[in-house]
Design a protein around this ligand. Structure first.
Ligand code: HEC
Length: 207
């Protein structure tokens, strides 16, 4: 479900960005034909659909994200997007090249930030030296929820639904230690006790 929304959101963001870059090119080049094309009713309706999709999928994702993943970077990104809207409206309506350029830059910048946000390391190295009391805590601190979600069902980045997993304890442990495909290895960042706690916790997703 969330993965579907994420794909939809990404597609809407990329279409939105492309549309604005093209509109910006038309404005900068003073190309009347191109500008007339973007002023067409069908295109304006398309633009409305894309921006509505972009906004609503974004809001849905924001609220479905676990609180600890709502980082400062994410808020900066949202701030930039919100700022770009009035700047774009005024810039393109008044054909003000500087404002239009600024709005496109804001959108592209916030997209760049979103990509950066994804590439944060999955887990801090010092985690294994902290004393962990429960598997739930380790699951949170090790950011397993980024791909698996708080309930194990998220399946982001190709992750498996943990509530439907049929792996044995030993297999789960092996996979946490060594990783598999998009899943990182945790043998250097988690202590053996933390891994044991995690294995038991992961099994509780199957009800
Ligand atoms: C970057 C994304 C990512 C993170 C973070 C991540 N996983 Fe995974 N996980 C995956 C992917 C992808 C797979 C499926 C690998 C495959 O079989 O191709 C997977 C599979 C698994 C499986 C096996 C499920 C099965 O039935 O095959 C377990 C168990 C698991 N992850 C537990 C964890 C735990 C515990 C953490 C945190 C310490 C974690 N994962 C963090 C992406 C991730």
């Amino acid at each position: 479900m969330q993965t579907g929304f994420l794909h939809l959101h990404k597609a809407a963001v990329i279409l939105f960005m492309l549309l604005y870059i093209l509109k910006w090119v038309a404005l900068i080049l003073n190309n009347d034909n191109m500008q007339a094309f973007f002023a067409k009713k069908a295109l304006r309706i398309g633009e409305m659909v894309i921006s509505t999709l972009f906004l609503f999928t974004g809001i849905y994702l924001l609220f479905s994200l676990p609180a600890e993943q709502r980082s400062i970077l994410l808020w900066i990104k949202i701030g930039l997007v919100l700022l770009s809207i009035p700047v774009a409206v005024v810039g393109f309506k008044r054909k003000h090249k500087l404002l239009a350029t600024l709005s496109v830059l804001l959108i592209v910048l916030s997209y760049g930030l979103a990509e950066m946000h994804k590439k944060r390391p999955a887990v801090q190295q010092e985690l294994k030296t902290t004393v962990s009391v429960s598997g739930e805590e380790v699951y949170k601190l090790a950011n397993c929820a980024i791909c698996h979600g708080q309930d194990g069902k998220l399946m982001l980045n190709g992750a498996k639904d943990l509530s439907k997993s049929e792996l044995t304890k030993a297999e789960i442990e092996h996979q946490i230690l060594n990783g598999k495909n998009a899943m990182p290895a945790y043998k250097n960042s988690l202590s053996p006790e933390q891994v044991k706690l995690l294995v038991d916790y992961v099994e509780t997703f199957r009800k």
